[in-house]
Design a binder for this molecule. Structure first.
Ligand code: SAM
Length: 243
């Protein structure tokens, strides 16, 4: 990949030096492949993981099943969007979707704006739901979040590419890894449309607790997993007829 990306032998030598020094391959290349899309990944921005393709595909499937009137554009929100990879896949899969994405980290917001400009995605900087326009309340058909979920004590066990080259705010989910996810789940019902779905990625070990949080929030819970990608997604659907 480095050979095909380099313009000159000097360029290639510089790229090899950066990779050998420990930079993630995607940061050296400046992009990652995600669900067949080329996503720009700037230095210091979380590299979209292969396992998260499962989250994106589950969200696309759920969106296709949602009964959105032909005259309406499906509203999709990607919280903790990082590079915007998940939102980009959803926008590509759902013709004409109205995409909103949020991240706390200015570098991620800049990168996501670049990746989502072509599909007209709006990217906001701020904490979870706080920067979203109030007009989206009760209208979100798909709310997807790959929030940080590594327990603080497990960060030291992450590969150096993550520990040293991705920001801590992209990884650290607090003592049990669920601090941010619990806030995402608790806030979801006010934003979801009736029958709308929340989808969050967790580890296999965290799924039961996330599932309980989804139930406490008044959503109908379900867990989906992929052995092939070692991926777990907890899904909560807002029952129709609730306010
Ligand atoms: C695990 S990364 C996932 C990025 C992207 N969704 C993906 O799958 O490639 C988590 C992202 O959440 C962002 N983040 C962490 N806490 C946040 C918060 N309270 N509000 C908004 N974004 C947050 C981080 O800056 C980081 O970009």
């Amino acid at each position: 990949m480095l050979i095909s990306a380099a313009q000159t032998p000097d360029d290639l030598a510089a790229m090899v030096r950066r990779r050998a020094a420990g930079l993630p391959l995607e940061h050296v290349l400046g992009w990652a492949e995600f669900c067949g899309l080329r996503i720009a990944v700037d230095p210091g921005v979380f590299v979209p993981r292969r396992r998260t393709e499962f989250l994106a595909r589950q969200a696309a499937t759920l969106a296709h099943e949602a009964a959105v009137p032909a005259s309406h554009r499906a509203v999709v929100v990607d919280l903790c969007c990082g590079s915007g990879a998940v939102g980009a896949v959803l926008a590509a899969a759902l013709d004409g979707a109205e995409l909103h994405a949020v991240d706390l980290d200015p570098a991620a917001v800049r990168c996501a704006r670049r990746n989502l400009a072509a599909v007209g995605g709006q990217v906001y900087k701020g904490d979870l739901y706080e920067p979203l326009p109030a007009a989206l309340r009760g209208r979100v058909v798909i709310l997807v979040a790959n929030a940080p979920y590594v327990p603080t004590g497990a960060i030291a066990l992450q590969p150096p590419e993550a520990r040293l080259h991705e920001p801590r705010v992209a990884l650290d989910g607090g003592a049990d890894g669920l601090d941010v996810l619990r806030r995402v789940i608790a806030g979801a019902p006010r934003w979801l449309a009736p029958d709308g779905g929340l989808l969050v990625e967790t580890s296999e070990r965290q799924a039961a607790q996330a599932d309980e949080a989804v139930t406490r929030a008044g959503l109908i819970p379900r867990v989906a997993s992929s052995d092939e990608l070692s991926a777990t997604v907890v899904i909560g659907t807002r029952p129709s007829g609730t306010r």
